[in-house]
Design a protein around this ligand. Structure first.
Ligand code: ADP
Ligand code: K
Length: 431
């Protein structure tokens, strides 16, 4: 734990933020992108007298990053860089993020802080079941775990049987895993007759990188016998380690010594009060290679009002609902995939995977939810299946206010990949 910053009082933390914000604004102006903006808007570090003055600066968008690809945001000579990561490009063209050695070190400190907060300690074995490579979830967690002194297994994503073997052989206690892979691993373990509560030593699971519902957390906790900690980050802000749950597991502390938080109304771009849902906008406060000012994450969340029983003053974000891009509109109703998930995963007969398919038939939008049943269901029993199908349809309808078509499919029959799950297939735009 880093009591120097984690337990700072609010006013000391804000003083630190202001000093870092001014430094960041001055620094950013060295990059071609912000240099041009500084000239255009006449803004430099000296004009930032309070944290609210950040609102004088324009936002930075994903499109800005794309337009300036690859080097337009760099504030240092290329010889000072030691790493780059590329956003996996879940949506559209990729963007690059660069790190100096100091940036890598600070990032590892933040990740170590997160892992420590969950209760992981030297002596624990940490298995990182996240993709390595260009995706930040691999090396981000890896360096943090080593920094904390955990025995770190760079297992990578996929290869379920090998993962289980590693967990057994090295008595893994802490894992990092994305939720869709955790659900799949449950299937494989069940198939192999492995009961993690009996056969493994797992205690802690750090889970994030994609949205998931409370119901998925409950399933994973019950099956693996772990406590799940929500982990949030994005490549543009280093990667994981931006916000993380503490043992209270009621919201994710966002590290305000490293990131300045704003929540804005995505339509008006005006700040919303604490407790209200809006788009998360972040400014890096401690990055030298590639600072970003007022970056629009597109992630929808809110600040949870009130103090956290753990004593940390860093404010808490509510579970991320998803990106504004993930939201789809069907028959005039706005829906996030995670709302569908929340309903599905609270139904015991539902297995570990689902997919939402949108189509247009005779100019009418249709929504089909394909749902894997658990392998406890006897798929030849048509009447039983019909009952489950009706139940799912009913519950989805009462939550979403539209009636989807529900298709039950066999366990492990929907397509999967090793990266983030693709929950939504939209056939409505024919190109
Ligand atoms: P890409 O943008 O290509 O998916 P990133 O790894 O940068 O690559 O993804 C970051 C995004 O992943 C975030 O902006 C957010 O939408 C999502 N994400 C990360 N962690 C979480 C989490 N704990 N809950 C919900 N969404 C998350
Ligand atoms: K991203």
């Amino acid at each position: 734990m880093d009591p120097g910053v984690e337990l700072l009082g609010r006013s000391d933390l804000e003083a630190l933020q202001l000093e870092r914000l001014r430094r960041t604004v001055r620094r950013a102006a060295r990059s071609p992108f912000y240099g041009a903006r500084a000239r255009q808007y006449g803004i430099d570090g000296e004009r930032i007298k309070s944290l609210e003055d950040i609102r004088k600066l324009p936002f930075t968008t994903k499109q800005d990053l794309r337009d300036a690809y690859p080097y337009g945001f760099l504030c240092v000579e290329r010889q000072h860089l030691v790493r780059l990561h590329i956003s996996s490009g879940t949506t559209g063209q990729a963007t690059a993020v660069f790190y100096t050695q100091r940036d890598i070190d600070r990032w590892a400190d933040l990740m170590a802080r997160c892992l420590y907060m969950t209760g992981a300690r030297p002596g624990d074995t940490f298995q990182n079941l996240s993709g390595y490579g260009l995706f930040t979830g691999g090396l981000g967690f890896h360096y943090g775990a080593e920094r904390l002194g955990l025995l770190t297994i760079p297992a990578g994503a996929g290869n379920s049987k090998r993962q289980i073997q590693l967990m057994r052989d090295f008595a893994t206690t802490v894992i990092h895993i994305i939720p869709s892979f955790a659900l799949r691993l449950m299937d494989v373990m069940t198939e192999m007759g492995v009961d993690p509560r009996r056969d493994l030593q797992l205690k802690i699971a750090c889970m994030g990188a994609e949205p998931y519902s409370e119901e998925v957390r409950c399933r994973v906790e019950a099956f693996f016998g772990v406590e799940v900690y929500n982990s949030y980050g994005l490549s543009e802000m280093n990667g994981p380690g931006v916000a993380f749950e503490c043992p209270a597991r009621n919201g994710l502390h966002i590290w305000e010594d490293a990131y300045l938080v704003e929540i804005v109304d995505p339509a008006t771009l005006e700040p919303v009060p604490d407790g209200m849902l809006g788009e998360l906008v972040l400014t890096t406060l401690d990055r030298e290679g590639m600072p970003l000012l007022r970056y629009r994450t597109k992630d929808l969340t809110r600040i949870l009002p009130g103090d956290c029983p753990c004593g940390r003053v860093h404010r808490r974000l509510d579970r991320i609902q998803g990106r504004s891009d993930d939201m789809f509109i069907i028959k005039g109703v706005n829906i996030f995939p995670v709302q569908v998930e929340q309903v599905l995963m609270s139904i015991p007969e539902v297995g570990s995977n689902y997919r939402i398919v949108l189509d247009r038939e005779n100019n009418i939008d249709t929504m089909t939810v394909q749902v894997e049943v658990t392998d406890r269901i006897f798929v030849e029993d048509m009447r039983h299946l019909q009952r489950i199908q009706n139940k799912i349809t009913r519950e989805l309808k009462s939550e979403l206010l539209v009636t989807p078509r529900v298709e039950l499919v066999e366990p492990q029959s929907l397509p999967r990949n090793d990266g983030k799950a693709v929950r939504l297939v939209d056939h409505r735009n024919p190109y």
